[in-house]
Design a protein around this ligand. Structure first.
Ligand code: DAH
Length: 340
């Protein structure tokens, strides 16, 4: 019948479509799709060859064949266009993802600084003592022999001077100017500057000719306390130490005093506190201000009495945070510092 298409030719056209659609679907990139396009619609494509064979086909079948080929082409072209749009959208999404500025990462990486653990501890101590009615005093780190030793009841040649390995400065007469070995000279400066009643704490750096090890640093921090008033007793000292330890560590901690010796206090004691697990740890030294010290500072020991104490801030921080090497404070390892 005129116009009826040879079934063999129909098969070629319809399998060109089936295979073509499968190939289009399988193209996973725009580049792959371009070569699929060339394979399906280019000169060597089955449909193109079919078209080329038109001239061998009976004239009455040509129209039908031409139509079948055009329909097949159109289906493939549409499928390619769809797939192209799909792949383009995927590529755009991927490119956007690749170019996206990961702001969350920038924020996470931006380290906000904070105070060093020693500064934090010092401020905490200051707050605790201010809460108990003390004010904060300061003194110079470069001191004279007189403030650091002599006024504190250690005249030249006094054996107790060997309790501190002193760093002298090359200034003035030999061994007259030094880096203060403790914060105790601030006691002297305060008493000379201000009339009692005196209730001060003096935090600050101290210096000793020590080799750094797990428990020593040549430069470290102390906090000194001084109370001078009328009728101050040893009980006031013991009560104050108990009070600030409870403020800082909680009511379950307690303190004790053990007899000791310091030239600037009489009697003298060392004070310990209990740890979370109930052991005793030493915190510092204390005692009643030696009458000789009051007299050196121009105060009448018959009229005034007082107590003093001093302890290491590093040791306090180590105790609070369970640290076992004091050198961590000055190594400046960000992994250590950022923990506090
Ligand atoms: N200055 C002493 C030291 O560095 C500590 C000290 C002990 C301070 C007794 C005091 C005190 O005020 O009364 O070893």
């Amino acid at each position: 019948m005129a116009g009826m298409l040879d079934p063999a030719l129909t098969t070629i056209a319809s399998s060109a479509v089936t295979d073509g659609l499968a190939a289009i679907d399988a193209a996973s990139t725009l580049e792959a799709l371009r070569s699929v396009d060339a394979e399906l619609l280019g000169k060597a494509a089955p449909l193109s060859q079919l078209k080329a064979s038109m001239r061998d086909v009976a004239p009455e079948q040509r129209k039908a064949l031409g139509q079948a080929i055009n329909e097949a082409r159109t289906r493939l072209e549409l499928a390619i266009a769809d797939r192209h749009a799909e792949l383009e959208a995927i590529a755009r999404r991927e490119q956007l993802a690749a170019e996206q500025l990961d702001l969350s990462e920038v924020i996470a990486d931006r380290r906000v600084g904070h105070h060093h653990l020693i500064t934090q501890t010092r401020e905490m101590l200051e707050d605790a003592f201010v809460g108990l009615g003390f004010t904060v005093a300061e003194g110079p780190e470069v001191e004279t022999d007189w403030y650091n030793f002599e006024a504190l009841n250690m005249p030249a040649g006094h054996s107790a001077r060997s309790m501190w390995d002193t760093l002298y400065l090359d200034a003035g007469e030999p061994e007259t100017v030094l880096l203060r070995t403790h914060t105790s000279p601030v006691q002297v400066r305060t008493m000379m500057r201000q009339e009692p009643p005196i209730y001060i704490v003096a935090p600050g750096r101290s210096f000793r000719s020590d080799t750094a090890d797990a428990t020593h640093l040549p430069v470290f921090h102390q906090i000194e306390g001084l109370v001078v008033d009328k009728g101050i007793t040893f009980a006031d000292l013991a009560g104050t130490i108990e009070a600030f330890v409870k403020v800082l560590y909680g009511d379950d901690r307690t303190t004790r005093l053990r007899p000791s010796y310091f030239p600037f206090t009489e009697p003298s004691a060392e004070f310990d506190m209990t740890t979370a697990t109930g052991e005793w740890v030493e915190l510092g030294g204390c005692g009643m201000v030696n009458p000789n010290v009051l007299a050196h500072c121009g105060l009448d020991p018959e009229e005034w009495s007082g107590f003093a104490f001093g302890f290491g801030i590093e040791r306090m921080a180590m105790q609070r945070h369970g640290l076992d090497d004091i050198r961590e404070f000055v190594t400046n390892d960000i992994r250590f510092l950022s923990q506090f």
